[in-house]
Design a protein around this ligand. Structure first.
Ligand code: SF4
Ligand code: SF4
Ligand code: SF4
Ligand code: FES
Length: 944
């Protein structure tokens, strides 16, 4: 067996608590009732041979290799489909069983190429292992008869091959796609000897519905489905456990290594967030880490119009420190600031935060969470007392009703979506609030009970209307409210919600959703035993993002849906460490653990620890920094892994701000749109070089472990530490573990966290402290963190962004599975195969009215700017609404988004922009963008 192979107990664990006693090969064994004989044997160290079984899918019973003898039972039952009973006496190794198993293997091998020595799976093939295990020595049938050895290879998928000549038709791939991933892309076509695995209806993998999650590749016991990296480089010899660097699901992976080279990323079965599943990004799109365009040397230039020149680390650090000191001398202490990155580790963000507060001497620190989930932090803290989601992901398996609001999990949080879809297939009800028909509304074996296709910008009246119905229908959890919530605030909220403008009929007029659907959806949510809300940026990125977050918390409290499993208010966080970067005190008004910088006691504890005086006044938020830069008061910025010029709204404004500064320092992997405005470039490290922790959307602190040394010579925390020293504030950490020790010492919700503990137990969810040494999977059990749950009134204040005759359509934005944010990483991988450019989704009616054809270039214009991209005509969007993604710098979708932002947090209103769309008549105007894109795609093809 290959040393990187993960344990497989054959069938899933039994959910029952009672135990039974059995005897296996003469030895007494105690297992949970409901366990299969195979699992019972494997748990006790007896490996019954198997081929079609795997412990992440239901038993199937097709290969007959796992037969056993059971006293008192006729014949030879399959151990994978037979459940243990009290007193059962099982024999797994007898002469007759050996003969039967050899016969089964003989049949498989007689239709299988005997090229083991040159096969890419050699050393990691269950068929090979089983042939050895059953002692097969000869195959009597020869190869003269009919066989499948000439079946054609399918190499269409950029990441894995499908070689049907090696297929034993065990169905593990089909079942993995159905049960684990939930895409149902594979079938077994034909019968008997003619049976074969087929992607969709006899299509190539690339043309099929396959979403390249890799579950089938993982499940395949032969070389039929095989990673191309393994075909190219051979089998790994060891693994290092780490965490995906893409989305906030925070999947655990094993970096399978051959020497010092990564040859595969395999989802870790012990991963608390993913339980051995993955999506195409984490599983396959990691090649960017070693992409040839990575910049590995510091760069400096005096002026942004000058060419870059290479510099040594000392030169770049000293140059930056001197420039920052000069700026502060000339323009004051508050004229510089720093931005932490939600893609960096907790340790890396903590140290940038500390550099700003202790080294720069101001609180001008902010994070890219400002532009995504800052309303989550604000809204949940106000109402519940903690700036984070309430549940662990597994809680969804106990939900009776799932309400998805402004999130598209199958594209943005795919591994969690697979889990959610499993629960939906088991029978949970689904309500989707989204302007578009996202996949969850209708996909194989899933159909939303209610899809409320509300117009962008109408979330708040919609949540108010849902609450209105719940009150009117008598669905309030009166006892829960009395016991756990602040009654005065509840009464005020109730009064507000019962106003006529919050009735389904009135809200129907604003939102475009039929009143009956609003009413029925509310009744469904309010009458279930356990209802859970999952939401995304379609909630937060609005001028009323914080109001909506509080509206959802109100609704959950009013119906008793917080503080137990299967319920809650759960933000689906975008980036891998967006939760962590917020936890680490990256907001200008909060020190680590969300504690106000104005609080003398809190500030005092940091002053004592750090030996400095900390400014009691909150610093600038990102938009304030930009405004102050344009006003000539803010002159220097240290940006850790953030591409403002592409990711932030109103690009023209951002560019003006960046070009107004005297010293912009960017720490990143690649030159980006933002580095066009930078004076110093400090090369960063990829996740494969980092040592530290990421915190996912369920507050789970996962370890990130390096598999290679920093390619540019320095860990990112060392860069920041060196800069702090050069600025005159020495820090003396020896390693990342010491930084985490300081985080734990200074943050009440982290006091029980250390690398040692994480290495022992895998992961913990904060709060992790004396009260909860093993962490807190579900928050607010028995009472809210803030004491009594606080209802906040949620009056609807419409956005200032309105449609007009000139801009009659509403643009909203989102993500696509294969690309990630501004595309810096995924655009440098073969993921470009699927979605090489942003597209504008437009309803057939709106397209026809404008004479727009599918695939044609269209101009997209708003009050702020104009860009061009290809149209995709689809009924996924409703008339009056258009949609695009923001992954492609050639499109620069944020050229059109506005300066409007959330009233409480300044989170930009990406989701509502009034636009006009028309055929792009002046194609030449956009030519340079498309040339740039073509050049980029050429590069991808060269390197992938
Ligand atoms: S492709 Fe692999 S997993 Fe699928 S049926 Fe064939 S051998 Fe089994
Ligand atoms: S890669 Fe995933 S989606 Fe594609 S066929 Fe395999 S299991 Fe299904
Ligand atoms: S779901 Fe998110 S964390 Fe998991 S593999 Fe995909 S991108 Fe990575
Ligand atoms: S493993 Fe039991 S029948 Fe295949």
């Amino acid at each position: 067996m290959n040393p990187t192979t993960q344990t497989d107990l054959g069938t899933p664990a039994s959910p029952l608590d009672e135990t039974v006693k059995v005897e296996i090969d003469g030895l007494p064994v105690t297992v949970k009732a409901g366990t299969t004989v195979m699992r019972a044997a494997r748990e006790s160290g007896v490996d019954v041979p198997k081929l079609c079984a795997s412990d992440n899918m239901k038993p199937f019973g097709s290969c007959r290799l796992c037969v056993v003898e059971i006293e008192g039972m006729n014949g030879y039952p399959a151990s994978c489909t037979t459940v243990v009973e009290e007193g059962m006496k099982i024999s797994t190794q007898t002469d007759e069983l050996a003969r039967l198993r050899r016969n089964v293997m003989e049949l498989y091998i007689s239709d299988h190429p005997l090229d083991c020595l040159t096969c890419s799976a050699n050393g990691d093939c269950e068929l090979q292992d089983m042939a050895g295990a059953v002692g097969l020595r000869e195959v009597r049938y020869g190869y003269d008869g009919a066989n499948h050895l000439d079946a054609a290879l399918d190499t269409s998928n950029p990441y894995f091959t499908f070689d049907p000549s090696k297929c034993i038709v065990c169905s593990r791939c089909v079942r993995a796609c159905d049960e684990v991933q939930g895409t149902f892309a594979l079938t077994i076509e034909g019968r008997g000897f003619e049976s074969k695995v087929s992607a969709s209806i006899s299509e190539s993998f690339l043309d099929s519905e396959c979403v390249s999650c890799g579950a089938c590749v993982q499940a395949c016991p032969t070389a039929t489905l095989m990673e191309k990296t393994i075909v190219d480089h051979g089998q790994p010899d060891h693994s290092v456990k780490t965490t995906c660097a893409y989305c906030g699901v925070g999947c655990s992976f094993r970096a399978d290594m051959k020497g010092d080279q990564v040859v595969r990323m395999t989802p870790d079965k012990d991963g608390g967030a993913n339980h051995g599943h993955s999506c195409v990004k984490g599983r396959f799109a990691w090649g960017y880490a070693t992409h040839k365009e990575r910049v590995l040397s510091p760069l400096i230039r005096e002026n942004i119009n000058d060419p870059w020149r290479m510099a040594t680390w000392d030169e770049a650090i000293n140059y930056t420190a001197n420039r920052f000191k000069e700026i502060q001398k000339e323009h004051g202490v508050k004229s510089i600031g720093g931005i932490t990155s939600a893609r960096c580790t907790n340790e890396e963000t903590f140290i940038v935060m500390k550099l700003v507060r202790a080294g720069f001497g101001n609180n001008n620190v902010d994070t890219c969470a400002r532009v995504c989930h800052s309303p989550t932090g604000y809204g949940l803290k106000q109402t519940l007392g903690t700036s984070a989601g309430t549940q662990l992901f597994d809680s969804v398996m106990d939900a009776d009703v799932i309400m998805v609001i402004g999130a598209n999990p199958t594209e943005g949080h795919p591994v969690f979506a697979s889990q959610m879809k499993r629960r939906l297939r088991e029978g949970a009800k689904l309500i989707v609030l989204d302007p578009r028909k996202i996949d969850l509304v209708r996909s194989p074996h899933i159909k939303a009970d209610y899809h409320l296709p509300l117009l962008p910008g109408t979330n708040v009246p919609m949540i108010n209307a849902l609450a209105h119905v719940i009150i009117k229908e008598g669905l309030l959890a009166e006892d829960y409210i009395k016991e756990r919530c602040d009654l005065e605030s509840f009464e005020a909220w109730k009064k507000q919600i019962l106003k006529p403008e919050n009735s389904p009929e009135m809200v129907s007029e604003i939102s475009g959703v039929p009143a009956d659907d609003i009413r029925n959806a509310a009744i469904l949510y309010g009458s279930a035993e356990r209802s859970a809300i999952y939401y995304g940026l379609g909630v937060s990125e609005h001028s009323q993002g914080s109001t909506m977050v509080m509206g959802m918390a109100n609704l959950a409290m009013a119906t008793g849906n917080i503080g137990k499993t299967g319920v809650g208010v759960n933000p689906l966080r975008g980036q891998n460490n967006v939760q962590g970067s917020c936890d680490m005190g990256s907001f200008p008004h909060e020190l680590p653990g969300y504690r106000p910088v104005q609080d003398d006691e809190v500030r005092g504890s940091f002053e004592k620890k750090w030996g400095v005086t900390i400014d009691p006044e909150p610093g600038f938020r990102i938009p304030n920094m930009f405004d102050a830069a344009i006003a000539g008061q803010f002159k220097g910025m240290y940006i850790q892994g953030e591409d403002f010029a592409q990711s932030d709204p109103n690009t023209q404004h951002v560019e003006e701000a960046l070009s107004s500064m005297d010293c912009v320092v960017v720490q990143d992997l690649f030159l980006t749109e933002t580095t066009k405005f930078a004076h110093v470039f400090l090369p960063g490290t990829s996740f494969l070089e980092k040592d530290g922790t990421f915190t996912n959307a369920e507050r789970r602190i996962n370890r990130v472990r390096p598999v290679m040394k920093p390619k540019q010579g320095k860990a990112e925390w060392q860069i920041t530490q060196d800069l702090a020293k050069a600025m005159g504030y020495p820090m003396n950490y020896k390693n990342e573990a010491e930084i985490m020790d300081e985080i734990a010492e200074m943050t009440p919700t982290f006091t029980g966290v250390s690398f040692k503990k994480l290495d022992e137990v895998g992961s913990v969810q904060w709060p992790c402290n004396e009260k909860a040494p093993m962490g807190t999977p579900i928050m607010h059990i028995g009472g809210f963190v803030r004491g009594k749950g606080l209802f906040k009134e949620t009056d609807y204040v419409p956005t200032k962004e309105r449609t007009s005759r000139k801009f009659p359509l509403l643009l909203t934005t989102g993500r696509i599975l294969t690309q990630y944010n501004v595309g810096t990483q995924t655009r440098r991988t073969a993921n470009m195969t699927w979605y090489p450019e942003d597209l504008l989704e437009i309803h057939p009616y709106d397209a026809e009215m404008r004479g727009i054809k599918d695939g044609e270039l269209v101009a997209l214009a708003s009050r702020k700017g104009e860009t061009a991209l290809k149209a995709r005509i689809t009924e996924r969007v409703q008339p009056g609404v258009v949609y695009t993604t923001f992954h492609d710098p050639a499109t620069g979708a944020n050229v059109v988004t506005t300066e409007y932002s959330d009233w409480a947090t300044n989170c930009p209103e990406y989701k509502v922009t009034a636009v006009q769309v028309a055929p792009a008549v002046h194609r030449s105007k956009w030519q340079h963008k498309f040339e740039k894109r073509a050049k980029e795609q050429g590069k991808i093809l060269e390197t992938s």
